[in-house]
Design a protein around this ligand. Structure first.
Ligand code: GDP
Length: 364
């Protein structure tokens, strides 16, 4: 599955948010009990109303949402890249994630200490980014030294790697994260293998006080401006509210959200934003036994999409019977879609579309 790391300075609300994410009813939905893989790693259901609609049409006994993993990465402080405190371990934890949710304190509260003695989310974002930039530069410096001999020997892959490392280094030296570097399609694979922390897609999470969750505040507006200038996204959330909501059942939660002027829980928005950040899409398998959602990267072809369910489905792939979500709903299910000629037989080169209802045929 895909992993999103929750980072931020101490006392910004990371743990509060993480606890809300993993305790919420949605996280525990379906027949998977919420499983804590490690104390700081949690699997969360991706909310998707389409799945409920499909299950209702097909009369599915079970609904199984697709899931995303969140990792609470504590220990990021000024000097982390120098290995102070939990520094190195925590950098290793970030390296293992696919994307980063950067929590920024946008609430004032004299009872909650700020590590730098002032509430300044944009400054905090810079502090953390600087640490990650330094960590990337240090790892690149070492690798650039080590690769010299291979490059001299004419190793083609090493030449490509060195070129990419130098591109990254040039950006980092200007104080820019590696994600600002434009990389050609043919270099993407090697680029990813550099595993740079600042190359990971980032989402800013503005943690505001309870009363400001619907509107945001002056501090979250500053973050929004910064994020837009960088071409990154942000979400506004109140970790405290989310923690309270996570204790409620669905009906109570809806009522509480209504009172706060919110249409949906911030966590749902966060999970969806995390999904979009990685260009993820969902396809469905639907039958009387279960309606289930599966996650793929945008642009995935049918055999690889089948492989998400099981490796045998990919290896023995023959074709995918495909119904677009809208057609499935309009025709009131598979039989109706078939009759209306809306069920397509798609082969190996078919690019799966978001919302497709699929049935794979394969050789065993
Ligand atoms: P972490 O160190 O980033 O994991 O931060 P925590 O989640 O432990 O939160 C630090 C403190 O800030 C705790 O006492 C939380 O209750 C408090 N806190 C978190 N979010 C909010 C918020 O939105 N408003 C206020 N007033 N306090 C918050």
């Amino acid at each position: 599955g895909f992993r999103m790391g929750i980072v931020g300075l101490p006392n910004v609300g990371k743990s509060t948010l993480f606890n809300a994410l993993t305790k919420t009813a949605a996280a525990q939905a379906a027949n998977f009990p919420f499983c804590t893989i490690e104390p700081n790693v949690g699997d969360v259901a991706v909310p998707d109303a389409r799945l409920d609609t499909l299950a209702e049409i097909a009369g599915s006994k079970q609904i199984i949402p697709t899931r995303m993993t969140f990792v609470d990465i504590a220990g990021l402080v000024k000097g982390a890249s120098k290995g102070e405190g939990l520094g190195n371990q925590f950098l290793a934890n970030i390296r293992e994630t696919d994307s980063i949710a950067h929590v920024l304190r946008c609430f004032e509260d004299d009872d909650v200490t700020h590590v730098d003695g002032r509430v300044d989310p944009v400054g905090d974002a810079e502090t953390i980014e600087t640490e990650l930039i330094i960590a990337d530069m240090e790892s690149l410096e070492k690798r650039l030294q080590n690769i010299v001999r291979k490059v001299r020997g004419g190793d083609k892959e090493a030449v490509q790697q060195e070129r990419l490392m130098k591109m990254a280094m040039a950006a980092l030296e200007e104080g820019k994260p590696a994600r600002t570097v434009e990389v050609d399609a043919e270099d993407l694979k090697q680029w990813k293998m550099l595993q740079l922390l600042t190359a990971k897609p980032i989402l800013y999470v503005c943690n505001v006080d309870e009363g400001e969750a619907a509107t945001g505040n002056a501090l979250s507006a500053e973050v929004a401006e910064m994020a837009a200038a960088q071409g990154n996204s942000h979400v506004i959330i109140s970790a405290k509210i989310e923690e309270e909501i996570s204790q409620l059942d669905a009906e109570e939660a809806a009522e509480f959200l209504g009172e706060l002027g919110l249409e949906e829980a911030g966590l749902d928005r966060l999970i969806r934003a995390g999904y979009e950040l990685l260009n993820l899409q969902t396809y469905f398998t639907v039958g009387p036994k279960e309606a289930r959602a599966w996650t793929i990267k945008e642009g995935t072809q049918a055999p690889q999409a089948a492989g998400v369910i099981h490796g045998d489905f990919e290896r023995g792939f023959i074709r995918a019977e495909t119904i677009a979500y809208d057609d499935y709903v309009a025709c009131k299910g598979e039989a109706g879609a078939k009759e209306a000629g809306k069920m397509r037989a798609e082969g190996k080169s078919y690019t799966v579309q978001d919302g497709d209802v699929l049935h794979f045929l394969f050789n065993t």
